[in-house]
Design a protein around this ligand. Sequence first.
Ligand code: G1P
Length: 291
Amino acid sequence: MKPVRKAVLPVAGLGTRVLPGAKTTPKEMLNVVDRPILSYIVAEGRAAGIEHFVFVTGRGKGAIEDYFDHHIEMESQLEAKGKTDILADIRSDLPKPGEMSFVRQMAPLGLGHAIWCARDIIGDEPFAIMLPDMLMHAPQRPALAQAMDAYSQVGGNIVVVEPAPEGEAHKYGIVALDGQDGRLNRMTGMVEKPAPGTEPSNLFISGRYILQPEIFKLLADQQKGAGGEIQLTDAMFRLMAIESFHALEYEGTTYDCGDKIGLLRANVAFALQREDLGAAARKAIMELLRI
Ligand code: G1P
């Protein structure tokens, strides 16, 4: 079994649910407490053993590349002022030389197309996909590391899933399982954005995947699916005819940061859990709620 060393992060989306802020700040760069969402996602990937991150970017996303590079003026000013803690914190997000690649998706043709844009950098090895909107908080063991554990157990392809909120399954990719016994189950099907009432289960694909490179051949067809987009879920469904797929219900909490309330919830939850800020955050929230 080949190890999973690389992760693809599709970051070309417009962020229509968090406009107007996302007009000039890529939605993946919006702050949760004091650092961009992507900072948490990259940390999760590193904790799972990812050695190379491939960002699939688009127009107006230059801030992402800048964030993962030195800011010489800022760093020398912080150094001169002796602000070593802040300096170390800023530098902790910087990549090792060659740890990150950026490839451009030139038109918004769908998630499947975005992943396909990374094919040459991934090559012929299994890889992870991390959807950066989905901030997964799993202090015991990060979500992607849980998916890696599942991968070393059963191999093949792994898709992280979780129960969809009541009445919202039609907004997501939904999986069908061959029975349910524990958190890791063999999949028998999947469908992208099923019509309400036709969902094969309430488990939605929530944003972490481990896939085999054969997916790229299927994505190359560029077949359009739900919403007229090239869907990753459709290509995975076709791959299922020749390779195994398991769905993993990870242990943790997901915040959909591509959504106003999801981003707000993430900010509140992450602030409350911070050692240095938790008490002050709690006080501020209680005051706002007049509790
Ligand atoms: C994408 C995937 C879908 C998944 C969802 C999770 O949809 O196609 O299968 O459930 O992300 O957020 P999108 O949010 O791009 O419509």
